[in-house]
Design a protein around this ligand. Structure first.
Ligand SMILES: Cc1cc2nc3c(=O)[nH]c(=O)nc-3n(C[C@H](O)[C@H](O)[C@H](O)COP(=O)(O)OP(=O)(O)OC[C@H]3O[C@@H](n4cnc5c(N)ncnc54)[C@H](O)[C@@H]3O)c2cc1C
Length: 391
């Protein structure tokens, strides 16, 4: 059987695009397939957000996986006064997830699900041939690649050697080998200065009050969103889209992202914990790490005394490279797909990398701009793909 559409990656982006394709009538549940290594849709999103006990999303209520902007608002029970937070009505994670489940059920998305990691994509005369790690082959007319950057965690250089020893007391908050925060041995140092590090120390301070240190190499930065809302519309996107030089587009993206930042209420929570002696915040950078019996010693840039701790947890984000993702690399070479100097795809306004091959998320960044990885980026990508694919 040949599918009309194959979506590679069934996370927030993959589900949004599938929903738009089905609800717009561009395709049907039986003509669409989603390939993903997990058992069910959005598993990675749920794992990451629940790991850090994120109560509210950072994005506003109009950013969700459904087509109509007010869908989430209409879904919520007005008698529940904790469903939204703040002036931008940021939804609670539980409401957001329930809404996603309702959409997934509504369009019967699990019927489209094929569990398996894509390891090869080849262009054949009859369409795209997709091979999964479980040796399944799927044929499709159109492909959308929605794989995100959330799979391989980033570990700072100074820790690579000691981490390779496989010690369970040094881990990344998003590592699959980290089973439970309760099992960590205090005192604990959390390395990182952004919203994930903040959520992590808030959670840890409840389990190990007074035994948690947040070690950030920069001052804590407060920003409501991870980029200015101007990037959602023409205000900022006009000059971005006009820019022909992809190095410049990358610069725009890098400058626009408020990396390592957090909303004000999270910052205030950290400061309260610090004031009450439940959390220590240290602004410094690690130069080297040493292991001493059951402890780790951290030599810091601006402190002569070593910081001694029993456990280290990184909240240092992810590392992703298009060019180091082997099946993508192979596809780039075989189809002669264009990439910018930063290694990311150069796609047209319809997010087509070549005919019948579309991208979303980080892979669409040089076209969608700084919000591309976010939920709003998924909506933008879905609109472009669906509107392009007129019946
Ligand atoms: C903790 C956290 C909180 C966030 N909060 C917000 C927020 O509040 N608002 C917001 O707008 N954004 C937020 N984001 C950013 C972004 O919206 C999320 O990262 C979101 O999950 C991105 O969706 P995605 O589909 O690109 O990635 P994912 O949800 O990670 O899904 C990608 C899927 O692709 C699969 N995949 C990868 N490789 C392959 C392959 N070879 N074959 C098949 N499948 C593959 C993965 O296994 C995964 O299931 C947050 C991110 C994190 C990490």
């Amino acid at each position: 059987m040949k599918y009309e559409w194959a979506i590679i990656g069934g996370g927030v982006h993959g589900c949004t695009i599938a929903n738009y394709l089905i609800k717009s009538g561009r395709t049907t549940t039986k003509d669409l397939v989603i390939l993903d290594p997990h058992d069910e849709p959005m598993k990675r999103w749920k794992a990451l957000t629940s790991r850090i006990d994120m109560k509210y999303l950072r994005s506003p209520f109009v950013h969700h996986i459904d087509v109509k902007a007010f869908s989430l608002q209409q879904f919520h029970d007005p008698s529940n006064h904790t469903d939204f937070y703040g002036p931008y009505k940021r939804p609670s994670l539980s409401l957001f997830n329930e809404h996603c489940s309702s959409i997934i059920q509504e369009i019967d998305l699990t019927k489209c699900w094929i569990k398996g990691r894509v390891i090869e994509v080849c262009k054949e005369a009859i369409g795209w041939e997709i091979l999964t790690s479980s040796n399944r082959t799927v044929l499709a007319e159109n492909i959308v690649i929605c794989i995100s950057a959330n799979e391989s965690v980033h570990i700072p250089k100074w820790a690579e050697g000691i981490r390779a020893e496989g010690l369970c007391r040094i881990s990344h908050i998003f590592s699959e080998d980290l089973k439970s925060l309760e099992d960590l041995h205090p005192p604990i140092v959390v390395v990182g200065g952004g919203i994930t590090a903040a959520h992590t120390v808030i959670k840890l301070s409840k389990i190990f009050p007074g035994d948690v240190t947040l070690l950030s190499r920069h001052e804590l930065r407060v920003h409501g969103f991870d980029s200015d809302p101007g990037w959602l519309g023409q205000k900022n996107m006009q000059s971005f889209s006009k820019e022909k030089d992809y190095d410049m587009r990358r610069k725009y993206i890098t400058t626009a992202r408020h990396r390592g930042s957090m909303p004000k209420e999270i910052y205030q929570k950290l400061k309260n914990l610090e004031r009450n002696g439940l959390l220590r915040i240290v602004l410094d950078e690690v130069l080297t790490i040493s292991k001493k019996e059951t402890d780790f010693g951290l030599k810091l840039k601006s402190d002569t005394e070593e910081m001694v701790t029993k456990s280290i947890l990184f909240a240092t984000g992810f590392s992703f490279s298009v060019q180091e993702t082997s099946w993508l690399k192979k596809l780039i070479l075989s189809e002669k797909l264009r990439c910018a100097n930063c290694g990311y795809p150069i796609v047209n306004q319809k997010l087509e990398w070549c005919p019948h091959l579309y991208v979303s998320g980080p892979l669409a960044e040089l076209e969608i701009g700084p919000v591309s990885r976010n939920i709003s980026g998924a909506r933008k990508a879905a609109e472009r793909i669906v509107n392009h694919h007129i019946l």
